[in-house]
Design a protein around this ligand. Structure first.
Ligand code: SF4
Ligand code: SF4
Length: 377
C-alpha cells in the first residue's frame, strides 16, 4: 500500500466565532456540538505528531476563543511541529503578541476583505472589525511576527483589490487571495464571481507578481484559483498545479474530532472517521481512506473536466469548488484553462505559453515558500 506524507494539518479548534462573515463555509458562530475536551485536544496533538505531520494550522471559528488555545499551541511546539494560527484579528490583548512571539510561529494569518470599514465590516458582519484587525496587524508587525493577510474575493470587494494591496504592500506582509465559495447559509449566490471576474483575479495576482518584487509584495493565489493557464502561471508556490491535496499531503480536523481531507469541503459524506473512535494515525493510513484523491480514476471526472488533456494530473481542480458549484468533485467549473480555451484561439495560447512565462528566481521561490508554507485556505 502506498504511504502518504502528511505535511499539514488544519485544525478547527472551535466553531465558536464572534464575527458573522458572509462567506464562511461552516457558518461559524456557536460551538459545534460535542467539541473535543481539553484532555482530548492535548492527546490529539500527540496523535498528529505520530502521524508524521510537519505543520499544524489552528483555525476556527475563532481559535482564540478556545479556552486552552495556548496549551494546545505550546504542546504542538513542544512536539516540534511548525505552528500557524489563523485568526480574524479582533480578539487579542497586549500580551498575546508576546506569547505568539515566544511560540516562534511559522505564520500568523488574519483577514482583510475590504479596503475600508464599510466593505470589510459588511462582509465580516460586525461593525468595528476592520479597525480592530488593522490594529492587530500593526501590533503583529511591531512584534515582528510572520504575518499573512488573507482576502476572500466576491462581487462585493473585487473592485477593492488594488486598494487592499496599498494597505499591505511594503510592510512585510504575505498576502493570500482566495475566491469566496457559495457554501454556508450566509452567502448570497448572487455575489459569486462570474468567469470573467474569476479570471481577472488571476490576472491581478499575476500582474502584482510581475510589478513588485517578492520582498515588497509577496502575494499568492489559493488552491481555488487555477489551473493550467497559458498566461497566469505565476500565482502559486509551485510551478505546476499538483491536484487537490486533500488526503494526499493535508488533512482537516473539525472541533468535534471529525477528520476530512480538507476543511473547506463542508460535506459530511467526506468524513473519514473521528479521532474519538480511531486515531488520526489509523485514519490517515487506512487502506481506503481519501480515495477520491488517492485513487482518482479519470473516468470519474465530471462534464467540465472529462475531455481535458490535463485531467490526469489536475484531477478536476479544487474538490470544494467543484462540489459547491456542481454537486460533484473532479468537475471544477472555474478554471483558467477552460476560460482561455473558450476565449483565446490556439495560436494566442501558444504564444502566451512560450512568450509570457516569467521565471521566479530561486531566491524568490525560497522567500515565498518560507512566508506561505503554513497558510492555506
Ligand atoms: S478543465 Fe478541469 S481538469 Fe482541465 S485544467 Fe481545468 S479544472 Fe483541471
Ligand atoms: S478541496 Fe480545494 S482547498 Fe481543499 S485541498 Fe483540495 S484543492 Fe485545496
Amino acid at each position: 500500500m502506498k504511504s502518504y506524507d502528511l505535511l499539514s494539518c488544519v485544525w478547527e479548534l472551535t466553531l465558536k466565532c464572534n464575527l458573522k462573515c458572509v462567506h464562511c463555509g461552516s457558518a461559524a458562530g456557536k460551538n459545534r456540538e460535542n467539541e473535543l475536551t481539553d484532555d482530548e485536544s492535548i492527546k490529539l496533538c500527540e496523535d498528529i505528531k505520530k502521524t508524521g505531520c510537519k505543520s499544524v494550522a489552528l483555525m476556527g471559528g475563532e481559535p482564540l476563543l478556545r479556552k486552552n488555545f495556548w496549551d494546545i499551541s505550546k504542546k504542538i511546539k513542544d512536539l516540534k511541529m511548525d505552528l500557524c494560527v489563523i485568526t480574524n484579528g479582533t480578539i487579542y490583548e497586549e500580551d498575546f503578541f508576546k506569547r505568539f512571539k515566544s511560540l516562534n510561529l511559522q505564520a500568523l494569518a488574519t483577514s482583510i476583505d475590504g479596503s475600508n470599514s464599510d466593505t470589510h465590516d459588511g462582509i465580516r458582519g460586525v461593525k468595528g472589525s476592520f479597525d480592530k484587525t488593522l490594529n492587530f496587524i500593526d501590533k503583529a508587525l511591531e512584534y515582528d511576527l510572520p504575518l499573512s493577510v488573507i482576502t476572500t474575493v466576491s462581487k462585493r470587494n473585487i473592485s477593492e483589490l488594488n486598494d487592499i494591496k496599498n494597505i499591505i504592500k511594503g510592510r512585510k506582509i504575505a498576502w493570500q487571495i482566495q475566491i469566496a465559495g457559495a457554501e454556508g447559509n450566509r452567502f448570497d449566490r448572487k455575489e459569486v464571481l462570474n468567469e470573467e471576474e474569476f479570471y481577472s483575479v488571476g490576472l491581478f495576482i499575476e500582474t502584482m507578481r510581475r510589478n513588485y518584487g517578492v520582498e515588497e509584495l509577496p502575494v499568492i493565489g489559493a488552491h481555488d484559483l487555477g489551473y493550467n493557464s497559458c498566461l497566469i502561471k505565476n500565482i502559486w508556490l509551485y510551478e505546476k498545479w499538483p491536484g487537490c491535496q486533500a488526503g494526499i499531503s493535508v488533512v482537516g480536523i473539525r472541533s468535534n474530532g471529525d477528520v476530512l481531507g480538507c476543511l473547506s469541503i463542508n460535506n459530511d459524506s467526506f468524513i473519514e472517521g473521528n479521532v474519538r473512535n480511531k486515531s488520526l494515525y489509523e485514519i490517515w493510513n487506512s487502506k481506503n481512506a481519501f480515495s477520491y484523491t488517492r485513487n482518482f480514476k479519470m473516468e470519474e471526472a465530471g462534464e467540465n473536466c472529462k475531455e481535458c488533456k490535463f485531467i490526469g494530473d489536475c484531477k478536476g481542480g479544487c474538490s470544494e469548488m467543484s462540489l459547491t458549484y456542481t454537486g460533484k468533485i473532479h468537475n471544477d467549473p472555474y478554471c483558467f484553462y477552460k476560460i482561455e480555451k473558450k476565449n483565446f484561439g490556439f495560436l494566442k495560447r501558444l504564444f502566451y505559453s512560450f512568450g509570457a512565462y516569467l521565471n521566479k528566481s530561486q531566491k524568490d521561490k525560497a522567500i515565498l515558500n518560507k512566508l506561505f508554507s503554513g497558510v492555506r485556505k
